[in-house]
Write a new protein. Structure first.
Length: 317
């Protein structure tokens, strides 16, 4: 349900609001041999009447009023199931969907990761914006490549050791205070931990394939712990407490360098950027050095090949 539809005049009565929520379901007409079925925003309250779908591979039930995952056991051809933005409280009744590759149950009311053991072909799992407090019960998802757990209530990075093929891990907007237990993720290419409670960069020594690291809006005061991450292309440290740019000379593949909204007050350490011949974008606004009237010119002198400084393109004479 879109934000616009949630916007109800405050003077309307509760009765009117309830009446709106209880609108009739949209009548469904589904062809039995349909491969891709999209039932977005149809006011569906219950998953039913899908038993005769013999060929369906993609089933989209986004933006409905579904409270329970049920009556899907016959859909063994299903590769992609979208249940984004419903009222689901529990992951259940998916055991027979062994061909499922993509599962999205984001924006629901789930409190626990469970009942996924049979989904060994799952490649992408989206559980954004739920009420999950613990990473668990993922050990059988050995083919998982993308795990999205942003905007939950997770405090500890744990129980990821079985996910050998994971390349993308999103844990932004949680309550995580330490980067840890990533040793088994040797194929990890993207790690997003923005808006957590992290104060130190650590635990990344085994992530040799890491290309994109997002650590914005934490409490980090120095850049450290990236000795082995020589393939980094994106380094996002926006909105931390960093005073100096140091210990990153070896990151010669860097293309995106986002360090705005920190406490960098010396041009000496910015000189490090000259080592990054592939650098395209630099964000250093809202640091003390950005108050320098020659700010943009100095950056261009250090990295003459730069394409973008903060939000604007760098024009070279």
């Amino acid at each position: 349900m879109s934000n616009e539809e949630h916007m109800i005049d405050t003077e309307e009565s509760d009765e009117e609001e309830e009446k709106m929520d209880d609108g009739e379901e949209v009548p469904l007409v589904i062809v039995n041999d349909e491969v891709d079925i999209d039932l977005t925003h149809c006011r569906i309250r219950k998953i039913e009447h899908f038993d005769n779908l013999t060929a369906v591979e993609v089933l989209c039930l986004r933006n409905n009023l579904i409270k329970q995952i049920e009556n899907l056991y016959m859909l063994t051809t299903l590769r992609e199931l979208e249940l984004y933005d419903n009222q689901i409280t529990k992951i259940e009744n998916l055991d027979t969907l062994v061909n499922l590759e993509i599962l999205d149950i984001s924006f629901n009311r789930i409190t626990k990761i469970e009942n996924l053991n049979n989904l060994s072909n799952l490649r992408k799992l989206f559980l954004i914006n739920n009420k999950i407090t613990k990473i668990e019960n993922l050990e059988h998802l050995e083919n998982l490549e993308m795990l999205e757990l942003g905007s939950n209530r997770i405090r500890v990075i744990e129980n990821l050791q079985g996910l050998k093929n994971l390349t993308n891990l999103f844990l932004g907007k949680n309550k995580i205070s330490k980067i840890q237990n990533l040793e088994a993720l040797e194929n990890l290419e993207l790690l997003s931990l923005q808006s957590n409670r992290i104060v130190k960069v650590e635990g990344l020594q085994n992530c040799l394939k890491l290309e994109h690291l997002y650590l914005s809006h934490n409490g980090i005061n120095e850049v450290d712990g990236l000795e082995n991450n020589v393939k980094l292309q994106t380094l996002d440290m926006t909105g931390n407490k960093i005073k100096k740019i140091c210990r990153i000379d070896h990151l010669i593949d860097l293309e995106e360098f986002w360090f705005n909204d920190n406490e960098i007050d010396s041009w000496d350490c910015v000189d490090t950027l000259k080592n990054f011949k592939k650098l395209e974008t630099v964000y250093l606004e809202h640091n003390p050095i950005a108050e320098d009237p020659m700010y943009r010119k100095k950056i261009k002198l250090i990295v003459p090949w730069i394409k973008q400084i903060d939000a604007t393109m760098a024009h070279h004479n």
